[in-house]
Design a protein around this ligand. Structure first.
Ligand SMILES: [Zn+2]
Length: 57
């Protein structure tokens, strides 16, 4: 299994624990999803707080 470090999809900064991140993702179709972390790494796009503030302007 790939163990990718989550990174900001805009600036590429590594997301660390406790960081505030914005997550853009497709809501899963399947119910009872267990592998939420794996799903997020595959389908989600993280955005660090910094980039989010830039984008919302
Ligand atoms: Zn960023």
């Amino acid at each position: 299994m790939l163990n990718r470090e989550p990174k900001c999809s805009r600036c590429g900064i590594e997301i660390k624990g406790d960081d505030v991140v914005l997550l853009k993702m497709r809501y899963p179709k399947r119910k009872g999803m267990v592998e939420i972390k794996a799903y997020l790494n595959n389908e989600g796009a993280f955005l660090c707080e910094n980039c989010f503030q830039h984008e919302s302007k």
